[in-house]
Design a protein around this ligand. Structure first.
Ligand code: PLP
Length: 479
């Protein structure tokens, strides 16, 4: 509740500290997802102070705040120079990977106003952001199976899926789930042959793969230098180590970028022209990204890349030694998917979390197995041996229980539910049945609910997790 009289800043900040106590760590070698820590206090300070310096600037109107144009041009040119472009490559600074992808899909869609029901062809491993863009922009998604052992996209199958209504073909460099790079040259070529734009989702890899290549890793061609690639997304709030709210989408030419823009002069207020989904927007994330790039420099990224690569190699080798665990595919970046045919991976994740390492659950889909995900960054190296000890210990703990089988009662219970018709209170009353105690403190026990979700078709999972969100943001749980 808002107080009648304002509170003092010290009190507010200590309340924030209290609220953050149960959050995952944001710094150091125990960070394995969501957060990218450069481990360098001077870089963090540069980002923080630049962010605050631009806190009150509104990027809505670049003629009113020309500083935002200078910063955005600098950031876009910096990214383009490492992703096969040059100083003339058009780009847009966005709030994140999802927004970059939405703008790429919008540009491709608006290039073909003649198509009544536009479609895009994506590998099944493509990020959910393409499905979200499809839902928001009414572009149908044709999701194509990948090679079941390498987890890389299958160009001939994607070629077959292209129709006269296909407005975009997609490749990932790398995919988030398995960290493998799709065969971009083949995919871009099949798109170009059909005059279809090709977007490379390098959200997680765009500011990682070039530095790994510098460090001697074998990185296949994936950027704008590949013929047929027409746009590419690269998040700076991932391996750019910038504060959240920072991504860049680059376009082959200005005509395509123009289709990502939006303008509206048909209302009585100021004429609106937006490069992004947001209209009014703080310049903090832009300044934070610019400052991070400038403070780290190429040598800094190269060093962080070297360390992340070494950490990944140690982790992959170590997992091979743990009975029951395996690495899915051959990770080409520093993202690792851990699979198992004999152990309950989600129980493993719960144990690992209680021992200090968060493993991100990934569900089975379209014949691809479930897994748990680890992203390794420049500060991961000093924690890898401890992570392997924790994984081995967690694997021992779950070994006796064998592979996960959600209880028949639970599956039957869910089968009887009208998921679409359920309301918040009814849903909340069912949560204890999957081991979810809203009043519990400490690390949540997620294995039961994750195994249940994993056993359900994706559409049913979606209904459940949306309802879960509704309950989470409703007052019922506090009652
Ligand atoms: C993170 C990610 C996205 C989405 O990015 P957000 O910044 O979370 O919106 C898209 N694609 C890939 C490959 C990613 O790793």
């Amino acid at each position: 509740m808002m107080p009648e009289t304002g509170r003092a800043v010290a009190e507010l900040l200590s309340e924030l500290d209290r609220l953050k106590a149960a959050d995952l760590p944001t710094r150091g070698e125990n960070v394995t997802a969501y957060i990218y820590d450069s481990g360098r206090p001077e870089v963090r300070e540069a980002a923080e102070r630049a962010y605050l310096a631009m806190l009150e600037i509104n990027s809505l109107d670049p003629t009113a705040f020309p500083s935002t144009v200078a910063l955005e041009r600098s950031v876009v040119a910096t990214v383009a120079a490492r992703l096969g472009g040059d100083a003339a490559t058009p780009g847009i600074f966005t709030s994140g990977g999802t927004e970059s992808i939405m703008l790429a899909v919008k540009a491709a869609r608006d290039a073909r106003p003649d198509i009544a029901v536009p479609r895009m062809v994506v590998p099944v491993t493509a990020h959910a952001a393409f499905h979200k863009a499809g839902a928001y922009l009414r572009v149908a998604v044709d999701s194509i199976p990948v090679d079941p052992t390498t987890f890389r996209a299958d160009p001939p199958a994607m070629a077959t899926a292209c129709t006269p209504d296909t407005i975009l073909v997609v490749a990932s460099a790398p995919s988030y789930a398995h960290g493998v790079v799709d065969p971009v040259p083949e995919i871009a070529a099949l798109a170009a042959e059909r005059d279809i734009p090709c977007h490379v989702d390098a959200c997680v890899g765009g500011w990682l793969l070039p530095w790994l290549a510098d460090a001697g890793a074998e990185i296949p061609a994936f950027d704008l230098s590949v013929p047929g690639v027409t746009s590419i997304s690269c998040d700076l709030h991932k391996f750019g180590y910038a504060p959240k709210g920072a991504s860049v989408v680059l376009f082959r030419d200005a005509a395509l970028r123009m289709r990502a823009y939006y303008a509206c002069a048909g209302w009585p207020g100021y004429p609106v022209v937006n490069t992004t989904v947001q209209s009014s927007k703080g310049a903090g994330p832009l300044a934070g990204a610019w400052a991070t790039l400038q403070a780290l420099g190429a040598e800094g990224y190269r060093e962080l890349g070297r360390e992340a690569l070494a950490a990944t190699r140690r982790l992959v080798a170590g997992i091979a030694e743990i009975d029951g665990l395996e690495v899915l595919g051959t990770p080409q970046a520093t993202l690792v998917a851990i699979g198992s045919t004999t152990l309950d991976l989600f129980a493993l994740a719960d144990h690992s979390r209680s021992l200090g390492f968060f493993l991100q659950p990934q569900m089975a889909v379209d014949g691809l197995p479930a897994s748990v995900h680890v992203t390794l960054t420049g500060v991961s190296a000093r924690g890898v041996d401890r992570m392997l000890t924790v994984l081995a210990e967690a694997a021992d703990k779950v070994r006796d229980a064998g592979p996960a089988v959600p209880s028949a009662e639970l599956v039957a219970l869910v089968g009887r539910l009208d998921l679409a018709g359920l309301d918040d209170p009814t849903f909340a009353s069912l949560l204890p049945a999957v081991g979810w105690d809203p009043t519990a403190t400490g690390d949540p026990a997620m294995a039961a609910i994750n195994n249940l979700l994993n056993a359900l078709p994706p559409r049913e999972r979606e209904l459940i997790i949306k309802r879960f969100m509704s309950v989470l943001y409703s007052p019922h749980l506090d009652a």
